[in-house]
Design a protein around this ligand. Sequence first.
Ligand code: TYD
Length: 133
Amino acid sequence: MGIVNWIDLPIRADERGSLVVVESGKSLPFEVRRVYYIFGTQSGVSRGFHAHKVLRQAAVCVSGRCRIKLDDGKESVHVWLDSPNKAIKIDQMVWHEMDEFSPECVLLVFADDHYEETDYVRNYEKFLEIVEE
Ligand code: TYD
């Protein structure tokens, strides 16, 4: 499996507009224990700059767009999150950075566990050491 894994979220569109469904164990390959979202991001800002030791996440721009960099220590890829029914998986030990947030961007993130600071690897050199082990 490569580093870029998209999740197509089912979309129900009719003359009224659109509805997107996110279900644990169906479109999302894990049980969701936490949801958070990032919005009102100032121009020129980059966020993230970490990897998680065990946490699994999926991210989708429900409004606007942003760019995400995924890096597993061997390969580094930039992709755009620009569709409200296209989420990207952020697997364990994938360094990620987000930038190029549009003013209306709302980046919604699903996580399989609660917030735990000890699960973060925030130093890139340390991240490389761990993935090269
Ligand atoms: P931060 O890790 O800096 O966000 P990002 O990686 O997207 O740049 O998180 C910002 C603040 O929010 C920081 O004080 C930690 C806190 N936080 C929580 O309390 N719970 C959460 O679920 C998340 C993701 C962050």
